[in-house]
Write a protein that binds this ligand. Structure first.
Ligand code: ADP
Ligand code: MG
Length: 264
């Protein structure tokens, strides 16, 4: 079988051991940053059980337009902030998501991946489901050319989850390179005192995981008070009044391109 998505130069799987660590926030904002840096970028929401990319980019309620090509139904991704976005949320009503189970979920994911008109892309960023469930395994099998980023939070208890996610990629039957670790909510920066840093959730988790897997710590993204509100109202970190988080994403985009020898 020929390789899937031959017109996509780099596929980046954004993964985490558990939900709530900021995987969607990192995936969406990374995609937007790469696009602002001049790369043709797509974003696939593969978190079928909690597709939250539409909300985070202000695309809730949008529907992808379908058409027929070679006897199959294909979908146009929805463009936002210069990126091509696809999510199960664009194909179905929110309430229906609960019916997806095992093989059905894998089928749905295959369709999103294969029947979307991505066109030529420098980067496809994929917001993975949390943990090491079936969908994650399906994705790594379908896209063996991918590279992964592991998102964790700094506290020691988060390490075990991060380790599980990282171990999935490095297991001999999957063997997907890890580009590095992103530590999210590394420190708190108050809006009125952007020069101050508070380590709310302890420290060192991201660096420790990076050391264990001999990969770089790509970014330490601060907890910034307006990010939650921005995400809920479909705005990116570029609308934040706190430029520290913008810089963190710009650094991350730069590091990914440095680490990424594939990009020509
Ligand atoms: N760096 C950050 N600063 C402030 N809030 C954040 C940050 N990262 C994520 N959040 C918020 O935390 C919540 C969980 O983030 P989300 O990206 O949805 O996590 P996941 O996809 O891992 O479940 C969201 O409300 C999001 O806006
Ligand atoms: Mg999410």
């Amino acid at each position: 079988m020929s390789r899937l998505l031959p017109n996509v130069k780099n596929i980046i799987l954004v993964a985490s051991g558990k939900g709530g660590v900021g995987k969607t926030t990192v995936a969406s904002n990374l995609a937007v940053t790469l696009s602002r840096d001049g790369y043709k970028t797509g974003l696939l929401d593969a978190d079928l059980y909690g597709p939250s990319v539409p909300l985070s980019l202000g695309l809730e309620g949008q529907r992808a337009i379908a058409s027929h090509e070679d006897n199959k139904e294909v979908f146009n991704p929805i463009e936002r902030f210069g990126i091509k976005v696809m999510s199960l949320g664009f194909l179905m009503k929110k309430e229906d998501a609960v019916i997806w189970r095992g093989p059905m979920a894998s089928n749905a994911l295959s369709q999103l991946l294969e029947n979307t008109r991505w066109g030529e892309l420098d980067f496809l960023v994929i917001d993975m489901p949390p943990g090491t469930a079936d969908i994650s395994i399906t994705l790594t099998q379908k896209l063996p050319q991918s590279k992964a980023i592991i998102v964790i939070t700094p506290q020691q208890v988060a390490l075990a989850d991060g380790r599980k996610a990282a171990s999935m990629f490095t297991s001999t039957n999957i063997n997907i390179p890890i580009l590095g670790v992103v530590e999210n909510m590394s420190y708190f920066v108050p809006e009125n005192h952007p020069e101050e840093k508070y380590l709310l959730f302890g420290k060192g988790g991201g660096q420790q995981l990076a050391n264990e897997f001999k990969v770089p710590l790509l970014a330490q993204i601060p907890l910034v008070s307006d990010v939650c509100e921005l995400g809920d109202s479909g705005k990116t970190v570029f609308a934040s009044s706190n430029k520290i988080i913008v810089n963190a994403f710009q650094d991350l985009s730069g590091k990914i391109n440095q680490e990424n020898t594939v990009l020509t």
